[in-house]
Write a protein that binds this ligand. Structure first.
Ligand code: PGA
Length: 251
């Protein structure tokens, strides 16, 4: 059966010493408390090696926030999936709306990134989600379907390794959370789209996380929905206490 997962997305926040301290604190709190979900932190590239050195990845998983669509070579400034994996990280966020919006990442690039992540044994956390205009004009189910379909060139075996994160863009960092019912409806839509292509078993086993202003105060209600398998957490992942408050929503 699919796993419940709470993943942090630190974005472009914290220096290396600050990040190491935060990771240590989260790891310690997790080691001391019972929790009923997998917990992952996705951190800036610069932090991966130092964070890997201070956490126990059996307790707290580690991921990057992006990787290159290219394997290696003359791509100044890029970081490959192979490099990310060599730090000891096991996950990578791909297709976050900020990457799609500000860095113009498209479906073709995201498929290439997913393939390279999987080739290097990284678990992609693949983000999808509509913008406000698409929510308001009613096209959101179609929009998200097309984003998911971008990965449909993957084999069933490969697709089965992916974690999906539904993050309505209008809810990210805005304090405006989707209602639990809106999240549930979209997650059920995503699962149906996956089932149509890869079958019910793979769809049922895919973890689909909700992201967008998820906080300790609303996590329990969101996670109580049958198709919401956890969260991808931005702002609230930057303090151990609020991040742990979300992890505890599964207790
Ligand atoms: P937020 O970000 O929790 O700060 O809204 C979520 C995300 O962008 O992954």
């Amino acid at each position: 059966m699919r796993k419940n997962i709470v993943a942090g997305n630190w974005k472009m926040n914290t220096t290396v010493p600050e990040g190491v301290a935060l990771a240590k604190e989260v790891n310690q709190q997790l080691a001391n408390a019972k929790h009923n979900c997998d917990v992952v932190i996705c951190v800036p590239f610069t932090h991966l090696t130092s964070v890997a050195a201070v956490i126990d990845q059996k307790v707290l998983g580690l991921g990057a926030e992006n990787c290159s669509e290219y394997e290696s070579g003359a791509y100044t400034g890029e970081v490959s999936a192979d490099m990310v994996a060599s730090t000891g990280a096991g996950y990578v966020i791909l297709g976050h709306s900020e990457r799609r919006q500000y860095f113009k990442e498209n479906n073709e690039q995201l498929l290439a990134k997913c393939r390279l992540a999987l080739k290097n044994n990284l678990t992609p956390i693949f983000c999808v989600g509509e913008v406000l205009e698409e929510r308001e004009n009613g096209t959101y189910n179609e929009v998200v379907k097309h984003q998911i379909e971008a990965l449909f060139d993957l084999t069933a075996e490969d697709f089965a390794k992916i974690i999906v994160a539904y993050e309505p863009v209008w809810a990210i960092g805005t304090g405006k959370t989707a209602t639990a019912d809106q999240a549930q409806d979209m997650h059920a839509n995503i699962r149906a789209v996956i089932a149509e292509k890869y079958g019910k078993e793979i769809a049922d086993n895919t973890s689909i996380l909700y992201g967008g202003s998820c906080k300790p105060t609303n996590a329990k209600e969101l996670f109580s929905k049958p198709d919401v398998d956890g969260g991808l957490i931005g702002g609230a992942a930057l303090k151990a206490d609020s991040f742990m408050g979300i992890v505890e929503a599964f207790n």
